[in-house]
Design a binder for this molecule. Structure first.
Ligand SMILES: [Ca+2]
Length: 78
């Protein structure tokens, strides 16, 4: 029951007539250990998120790019 203690969900609780489930805010995903818990997505783990990054740094809820020595971040794309 989402009206009670947010259904026990870390972030969002959703429900329809039959079921209830938890969902997570952007940058997070449901934990494989507990369907109520949200864990940070490691965007650096796969190549789809950070193909523009030289060095991908995973952060809580997001990720950032770092440049290798000798390069600076492009202020337009940053
Ligand atoms: Ca992340």
């Amino acid at each position: 029951d989402c009206n009670h203690d947010n259904g026990g969900c870390d972030h969002e609780c959703e429900e329809d007539k039959y079921d209830e489930w938890c969902s997570c805010l952007e940058g997070f995903k449901i934990s494989t250990d507990d369907w109520r818990k949200c864990v940070d997505i490691d965007e650096c783990e796969d190549n789809t998120h950070h193909k523009d990054c030289q060095t991908c740094v995973n952060t809580e809820g997001s990720y950032t790019c770092k440049c290798r020595n000798g390069y600076e971040l492009d202020p337009i794309t940053e």
